[in-house]
Design a protein around this ligand. Structure first.
Ligand code: ZN
Ligand code: ZN
Length: 341
C-alpha cells in the first residue's frame, strides 16, 4: 500500500509499505478522502535538514475519512463497510476532558493523527475504534473530510460566538476555516463582513453568503467595518489568520460589549488590555477544534441546512497529485482542497 510523507522543502513523496493490520481495539480504514488543512503547511515547508529519517516521519493528513475494512479484536459498535470520519486525537479516555469527548485536551497524554501519529494521506489507515464517527446519510466523503477539521473548527467557533440575526459578524481571513465560518454565520442569519487579501477568496466568500467583503491589501479593514456599522463596530469578530496585526484588528473592530473569537494559531500578540479589552467590555474567546460529539454535530448541521459545501470545496486531487494539491492550496487561489483516495 501507498502512503505520503512530507520529506522537507515543500516536497511530498509517496512510499510503499507492507499492508497494515489492526490490533485490539483498532480498525483498518480503507481511506476515501483526506483534507488539506492550513495547519499542515509548517510541516510541509520545513527544511529537509530539520526532518528526521524517513522511517521516523509521520504520514500527514488530519481530516481522514474512510470505510471500515477490517476489525481488530474487542471492537464493538462498528461493522465492516461503515463509512466514518475520524476525530483525529487519542486520549486516556478517563480524565475530565476525555469524558466530555475532548481527547485533544486529555490531561494525561494524547496523540494527534497526521502529526504525532500517522494521518490520512495513505491508502489504508489503522485507528482506534473510538475515534471513528459515523458519517450521516447525505454527506459525501469529501464534505465529511472538510468537517473533520477546518469546517468543523469554524462551525464550533461560530457556535461559541452565537451570533443573532441582527448581528454583524466580521471574519478575518477567508482560507478554508474563515470561508466555512462565513458560510455558517450567514446560514445562522447574521450579516457577514469577510476580510482577506485575495480577490479569489473574497469572491468565494460572497458566494458563501458574505454580505460585504473587504480587501485588506488595499483597504483598512477596521475603518471599513466601522463605516459599515455606523461607527460602532461589529457585534462579533473572528480571526482565522493567526497574524498578530490581524488579531489586533479583530479586537479593535468589535463593538462595545462585543465578542471576539481567536481560531488562527501561532504567533504572539500584544494588547493594551485596559483600552482595547476591559474598557470595551469585550468577551474574548479561544476556540480549538471540537469534541467527538461536535464532529457529528457539524456533519448533521451541514446535511440538515444544506450548507453549500460544493462551493467551499473548490479542488480535489487524487493521492498521486498531492504535490500539485499543496502547491495549489499555497497559491491562495483555492477554497478547501481535498485529496480523494
Ligand atoms: Zn484523558
Ligand atoms: Zn486542521
Amino acid at each position: 500500500m501507498k502512503r505520503l510523507l512530507f520529506t522537507g522543502d515543500s516536497v511530498v513523496e509517496a512510499i510503499n509499505i507492507e499492508n497494515l493490520a489492526p490490533r485490539a481495539g483498532e480498525v483498518l480504514l480503507q481511506m476515501k478522502a483526506s483534507g488539506v488543512c492550513g495547519s499542515d503547511l509548517k510541516n510541509f515547508r520545513a527544511p529537509k535538514s530539520e526532518k528526521p529519517e524517513i522511517s521516523d516521519l509521520k504520514v500527514p493528513g488530519h481530516e481522514p475519512v474512510g470505510v471500515v475494512a477490517e476489525l481488530g479484536s474487542n471492537v464493538g459498535g462498528l461493522s465492516i463497510g461503515d463509512k466514518v470520519m475520524m476525530h483525529h486525537y487519542t486520549g486516556c479516555l478517563k480524565c475530565s476532558m476525555c469524558l466530555i469527548g475532548y481527547t485533544q485536551m486529555c490531561l494525561v497524554a494524547h496523540e494527534v493523527y497526521g502529526s504525532t501519529a500517522h494521518g490520512g494521506h495513505q491508502e489504508y489507515m489503522v485507528v482506534p475504534a473510538y475515534t471513528c464517527i459515523p458519517i450521516p446519510e447525505g454527506l459525501d466523503f469529501i464534505a465529511a473530510a472538510a468537517c473533520s477539521c477546518g469546517t468543523g473548527t469554524a462551525f464550533h467557533a461560530v457556535k461559541r460566538l452565537d451570533p443573532k440575526g441582527l448581528d454583524t459578524v466580521a471574519i478575518f481571513g477567508q482560507g478554508p476555516v474563515g470561508l466555512s465560518a462565513t458560510m455558517f454565520a450567514a446560514q445562522l442569519g447574521a450579516r457577514v463582513i469577510a476580510v482577506d487579501v485575495s480577490k479569489y477568496r473574497l469572491d468565494l466568500a460572497r458566494e458563501l453568503g458574505a454580505n460585504e467583503v473587504i480587501d485588506s491589501s488595499s483597504d483598512n479593514a477596521e475603518e471599513v467595518i466601522r463605516e459599515l456599522t455606523q461607527g460602532e463596530g461589529a457585534e462579533c469578530t473572528l480571526d482565522a489568520t493567526g497574524i498578530p496585526e490581524v488579531r489586533i484588528q479583530a479586537v479593535d473592530s468589535a463593538k462595545y460589549w462585543g465578542k471576539v473569537c481567536f481560531v488562527g494559531e501561532g504567533n504572539t500578540t500584544t494588547f493594551d488590555v485596559s483600552a482595547q479589552i476591559i474598557h470595551k467590555q469585550l468577551t474574548i474567546l479561544g476556540s480549538w477544534t471540537f469534541s467527538q460529539a461536535g464532529l457529528s454535530e457539524v456533519a448533521n448541521f451541514v446535511v440538515q441546512r444544506k450548507s453549500p459545501m460544493d462551493k467551499l470545496i473548490t479542488h480535489t486531487y487524487c493521492l498521486d497529485e498531492a504535490q500539485k494539491a499543496y502547491e495549489a492550496f499555497i497559491s491562495g487561489e483555492t477554497g478547501k482542497v481535498i485529496l480523494t483516495i
